[in-house]
Write a protein of this length. Structure first.
Length: 115
């Protein structure tokens, strides 16, 4: 077990002392669960920790692939619907300027001079 304990371990009596409003309690509970997970992993042998790390990395990479595939699907859908345009950076900036001009109201001032 490591000599460094960065996160406090909460005991059942500690819950009476915690302010039970908003996200403060939720945050403390998550911290406690995280601390417990770390302590549990530290009790494993190095070989078991390595297997766990490998498993977690594979799951993480799988989840990232799922997210990326969903994003690709959404982009392809937008492309099929004509919501995506291709062009140079200059064309993009020109269109951006054009859109900003349309969003900006034209203000005219008329001053009447009395003679």
């Amino acid at each position: 077990m490591s000599n460094f304990n960065y996160l406090p371990t909460l005991l059942p009596g500690d819950f009476d002392k915690i302010e039970k409003t908003g996200n403060h309690l939720e945050s403390m509970l998550k911290t406690s669960a995280f601390q417990q997970a770390i302590e549990t992993v530290e009790k494993l042998s190095l070989e078991e920790q390595e297997i766990l790390l490998d498993t977690l990395l594979k799951r993480f990479h799988h989840q990232r692939r799922v997210i990326l595939l969903q994003e690709i699907k959404e982009i392809r859908q937008e492309l099929a619907e004509g919501k995506v345009k291709f062009g140079s950076v200059d064309q993009f900036l020109e269109e951006l300027d054009h859109e900003n001009c349309l969003d900006t109201p034209i203000v005219t001032s008329v001053s009447a001079h009395s003679s």
